[in-house]
Design a protein around this ligand. Structure first.
Ligand code: FES
Length: 91
Protein backbone atom coordinates (compact mmCIF):
# COMPACT_ATOMS: atom_id res chain seq x y z
CA UNK A 1 0.00 0.00 0.00
CA UNK A 2 2.91 2.37 0.63
CA UNK A 3 3.75 2.15 -3.08
CA UNK A 4 0.45 3.82 -3.95
CA UNK A 5 1.06 6.93 -6.02
CA UNK A 6 -0.50 9.99 -4.42
CA UNK A 7 0.96 12.63 -6.72
CA UNK A 8 1.11 11.40 -10.30
CA UNK A 9 2.90 14.43 -11.67
CA UNK A 10 5.83 14.17 -9.27
CA UNK A 11 5.62 10.40 -8.69
CA UNK A 12 5.25 10.73 -4.92
CA UNK A 13 4.06 7.65 -3.04
CA UNK A 14 2.04 7.29 0.13
CA UNK A 15 5.09 5.76 1.79
CA UNK A 16 7.20 8.84 1.06
CA UNK A 17 4.55 11.11 2.56
CA UNK A 18 4.19 8.93 5.66
CA UNK A 19 7.97 8.85 6.07
CA UNK A 20 8.20 12.65 6.01
CA UNK A 21 5.30 12.96 8.46
CA UNK A 22 7.01 10.52 10.83
CA UNK A 23 10.21 12.52 10.50
CA UNK A 24 8.56 15.74 11.61
CA UNK A 25 6.60 17.37 8.80
CA UNK A 26 3.88 19.30 10.57
CA UNK A 27 2.22 21.14 7.72
CA UNK A 28 0.95 20.25 4.30
CA UNK A 29 3.18 23.00 2.96
CA UNK A 30 6.33 21.44 4.44
CA UNK A 31 5.25 18.06 3.07
CA UNK A 32 4.82 19.68 -0.32
CA UNK A 33 8.23 21.34 -0.18
CA UNK A 34 10.01 18.18 0.93
CA UNK A 35 8.42 15.79 -1.54
CA UNK A 36 7.30 18.11 -4.39
CA UNK A 37 3.80 16.59 -4.10
CA UNK A 38 1.47 19.18 -5.56
CA UNK A 39 4.19 20.98 -7.48
CA UNK A 40 3.79 19.13 -10.77
CA UNK A 41 2.21 20.22 -14.00
CA UNK A 42 -1.36 20.11 -12.61
CA UNK A 43 -0.23 22.20 -9.61
CA UNK A 44 -2.00 19.94 -7.13
CA UNK A 45 -5.41 19.88 -8.78
CA UNK A 46 -5.29 16.08 -8.66
CA UNK A 47 -3.39 15.39 -5.46
CA UNK A 48 -3.84 18.36 -3.13
CA UNK A 49 -6.87 16.90 -1.35
CA UNK A 50 -5.15 13.50 -1.06
CA UNK A 51 -2.01 15.04 0.46
CA UNK A 52 -4.15 16.92 2.96
CA UNK A 53 -6.01 13.73 3.85
CA UNK A 54 -2.74 11.81 4.31
CA UNK A 55 -1.48 14.54 6.62
CA UNK A 56 -4.70 14.51 8.64
CA UNK A 57 -4.82 10.73 8.89
CA UNK A 58 -1.17 9.92 9.66
CA UNK A 59 0.00 12.91 11.65
CA UNK A 60 -0.40 13.25 15.36
CA UNK A 61 -3.12 15.88 15.64
CA UNK A 62 -1.30 17.70 18.41
CA UNK A 63 1.66 18.20 16.08
CA UNK A 64 -0.23 19.47 13.06
CA UNK A 65 0.27 23.14 12.46
CA UNK A 66 -2.55 24.68 10.54
CA UNK A 67 -1.40 26.43 7.41
CA UNK A 68 -3.01 27.22 4.16
CA UNK A 69 -1.52 25.94 0.97
CA UNK A 70 -1.96 28.30 -1.90
CA UNK A 71 -3.28 27.00 -5.14
CA UNK A 72 -1.48 27.80 -8.34
CA UNK A 73 -3.17 27.65 -11.69
CA UNK A 74 -1.77 25.12 -14.13
CA UNK A 75 0.25 26.63 -16.91
CA UNK A 76 -0.05 25.43 -20.45
CA UNK A 77 2.05 26.59 -23.36
CA UNK A 78 0.46 28.75 -26.03
CA UNK A 79 1.82 30.03 -29.30
CA UNK A 80 3.08 33.58 -29.45
CA UNK A 81 0.74 34.16 -32.40
CA UNK A 82 -2.22 33.27 -30.15
CA UNK A 83 -0.96 35.67 -27.56
CA UNK A 84 -0.46 38.41 -30.15
CA UNK A 85 -4.01 37.98 -31.40
CA UNK A 86 -5.37 37.87 -27.89
CA UNK A 87 -6.67 34.35 -28.43
CA UNK A 88 -9.01 35.35 -31.28
CA UNK A 89 -9.07 33.16 -34.38
CA UNK A 90 -6.27 31.30 -36.14
CA UNK A 91 -2.86 32.88 -36.47
S1 FES B 1 -0.82 15.05 -9.26
FE1 FES B 1 0.35 16.13 -7.85
S2 FES B 1 0.93 17.94 -8.89
FE2 FES B 1 -0.26 16.85 -10.30
Amino acid sequence: MNDMIICRCEDVTLGELISHIENGSQTVKSLKLQTRAGMGICQGRTCRVLVEQVMTYYADESNIISSSVGTNFPIRPIRLAELAQNGKGDP
